[in-house]
Design a protein around this ligand. Structure first.
Ligand code: IMP
Ligand code: MG
Length: 186
């Protein structure tokens, strides 16, 4: 079956089935690693807005009890570039001290966002701190940050769908698609 792509989308990089299979694999691995931890102590922290669909799917595939929380950071403006400056817009509701924290992020690009999050949470002394990141663009990394659970490594193209946006559009596409360069290279 061929999918009808929005005009701005060049091609499908990762289709729905491929994403779902990988999310299930990550959830199986995470469930194994966090087995035995009490519900109150295992906290998934989704980074808004980009991770909301990944977090919803990952969370529902986990077989270990956990809680869900969110944090919001400043993201790129309406263009595909970064300044490296990260701003906290909304903090978590839960206290992360002495909890097992798993940061759930959509994509690792330059790495500044994840580096900021590591520093922020480490200062709060969680019992453990790990990251689950759906996508990574190795060609774009500027700072070294480690990922514990990675979905896919992808080339340096702007991607949308499955939570990811361009100027707040395309988040609800069920697949991950590459945007046409002319859309973001302005
Ligand atoms: P970093 O701080 O450069 O690693 O940027 C990470 C953030 O930039 C992600 O959380 C996304 O919100 C955004 N981002 C980076 N690349 C893309 C992309 O290809 N599509 C959509 N958002 C992206
Ligand atoms: Mg993001």
């Amino acid at each position: 079956m061929t999918v009808q792509l929005p005009d701005s989308v060049d091609y499908v990089l990762l289709d729905e089935g491929t994403i779902q299979n990988r999310v299930q694999e990550l959830a199986t691995q995470i469930s194994r690693d966090y087995e035995g931890i009490h519900n109150e102590d295992f906290l998934l922290v989704g980074v808004l807005k980009g991770s909301f669909i990944f977090l919803a799917d990952l969370s529902r595939c986990l077989t270990v009890p956990h809680r869900v929380d969110f944090i919001a950071l400043s993201s790129y403006q309406d263009k595909a570039e970064t300044t490296g400056a990260v701003r906290l817009i909304m903090d978590t509701r839960e206290d992360v001290t002495e909890r097992h924290v798993l940061i759930v992020e959509d994509i690792l690009d330059t790495g500044y966002t994840l580096q900021y999050l590591y520093r922020l949470f480490e200062a709060r002394q969680p019992a453990s701190l790990r990251t689950a990141v759906l996508l990574s663009k190795p060609d774009r990394h500027e700072v070294a940050v480690s990922i514990d659970y990675l979905g896919f490594s992808i080339p340096d193209v702007w991607v949308v769908g499955y939570g990811l946006d361009f100027a707040d559009r395309f988040r609800t596409l069920p697949y991950i698609g590459a945007l046409k360069p002319r859309v973001y290279e302005k």
